[in-house]
Structure formats: structure tokens, C-alpha cells
Design a protein around this ligand. Sequence first.
Ligand code: NAD
Length: 297
Amino acid sequence: MGMLDGKVAVVTGAGRGIGRSEALMLAEQGAKVVVNDLGGARDGTGADTSVAQVVVDEIKAAGGEAVANGDDVSEFEGAGGAIRTAIDTFGKLDIVVNNAGITRDKMVFNLTVEDWDAVIKVHLRHTFCMTHHACVHWREQAKASPTGTTYGRIINTSSSAGLAGNVGQSSYGAAKAAIAGFTTIVAMEMAKYGVTVNCVVPAARTRMTMTAGAPPPPAEGFDVLDPANVAPLVCWFASDDSMWVNGQVLRLMGGSLAHYRPWSLSPAQSKGDRWKPEEIGMGVRKIFGVFPGGLPV
Ligand code: NAD
């Protein structure tokens, strides 16, 4: 008995890296999986449909059920195709894991508008397109149900590069932080239909991080950068047990599980009237605890 027996999942970018591990573990837990991957290069160029098929073959060899889909999920129609593949092949849709991604790391002064658009499109537009098609389907199902609800789980993929910042990744980080914000809002919109929307933050040795200096696997013992490490969190978010968690961002890095708390307000400096520009500096110093004589001791 797996925790996802009878469920149907779509995982985008599941031909390699983190998405591949997520697809394998979802299948191991009993889900039937649409393995989506365009099979492009790390910067998003090119395509190779065999990439998704290899993972489907692995799932089937382990006794699971899966089908390949080679659509470009950053296109509205491509995302619709990935969702339709689940419904046409397995008869329903329960889980959508938005994982596909590319990088074009450059300092902002070297970043071209083409680089910017490509990265934002694959991460943010893909997440919107998949979410839109899935939510249209689930809302129709919920409306046709006597309870007014259905089963739906969206698991998005953010990054510390966006939530904490990382030099050379302004486009990637902006997209990843936006995905966290998008998660919060769609979670509010879909809660009444029984659909939850959450977000994972992984950290792994994949082709995406190899060039950024990810260390090689240890000779023995637990590999904290194994791309499979985040898959248990994705399985749990996909399961019945996670119903009470919605709109949240959780990081699973190696064996360390933590909550990325949303932007939060500090205690306010209040005046009860409009501030003068020359007063703002003192207000900001009070908020940061920095006074004219230097940092407080
Ligand atoms: P990866 O390059 O190994 O895998 C990404 C996969 O997405 C590739 O197989 C690629 O072909 C596919 N893909 C790209 N564009 C696509 C498109 N338009 N349609 C369909 N498939 C497409 O990278 P990874 O490290 O496994 O990254 C997976 C996700 O995890 C990404 O969203 C990434 O931003 C995120 N992430 C990774 C790390 C890390 O440490 N590796 C950290 C934080 C977040």
C-alpha cells in the first residue's frame, strides 16, 4: 500500500534531476504518472522526446504505471496537452507537480532581455499555464459534485535563490520568488474547491547546479545533495494527509525540513500623520535598531 494509491499525477520536467526523482517516488507510492519533459538543454534550447520516455521505462520496470509527454509546458497549449494526457490516459487528474526549469545565470548588467524572458517564461509562465488548466478542470469537477469539492493538489517549485537571494540569478530568483507568491494567492482562490497549492524548495546536485560548483557525492553515507531528497515532501503534499496545509512553502534540503515563512512586517513606527521626508531616516533607523552613534551594543 502506497500513500498515493489510485491517484494520477503530472510532473513537469520529470525527465531529469529533481523531477525524475519525484516521478519515480510518486509512482512508487502508487500514483499513475505523466512524465512530462521537453528534453531541452540547461538553457532551454533544443528538445528530445526520449528524455521523458526513459523515466517512463524506469517506472514501468519497477512495476508502476506511467506515460510520457513531450509538451513545452511554458506554452499555454503545451500545458493543456500535459493535463489532457493525464485525463485521456488515466481517466482523471489529482496531482500536478510544477518542476520544469532552466537557468541562464548572468550578472544583471550582462543579462539580455531574451535571457530574462526565457527564464521567466519557463518557470513562472509554465507554473501559471499548468495551474490554470488544472484548476479549470478541478473547478468543473467540484461544481458537478454534491459536496462542491474535489481532490486536487498543486506542488510548485521555488528556490532559496529567490527567497533568500543569490548573485547572478536575478531572473531565476525573481521567477522563483514570484512562484512562491503565486502559490499563496492560488491557494486562497482554490481552497473552497478542496484543492491545495503548496511549494517545495529543494537543493540538489543536478545539471542545473553542477556548473555552480555543487560538490560530488560522498564516498559513503547520506548524500545531502541527492536529487531524490525532496521527493518525500512532494509525495506528502500530494497525499490526503496534507489537506490542512495550504499556500505554504517548505524547504527539504538533505535531511533538513523547514518552513519558509512569508514576508512579515516588523513592529511599526507610527506617527498618526503624514511623515516628512527628513523624518523617514530616523524612522528607518529605529526599525533596524541603528542609531546615530552606530549599531546598538
Ligand atoms: P534539471 O535541468 O536537471 O531538470 C529540469 C528539467 O526540466 C529538464 O529535464 C528539462 O528538459 C525540463 N524542462 C525545461 N524546460 C521545459 C519546458 N518548457 N517544458 C517541459 N520540460 C522542461 O534541473 P533540476 O535541478 O532538476 O531542477 C528542477 C526544478 O528544481 C527547477 O524548477 C529548479 O529551478 C528547481 N530547483 C533546483 C535546485 C537545485 O539545487 N538543483 C534548487 C532549487 C530549486
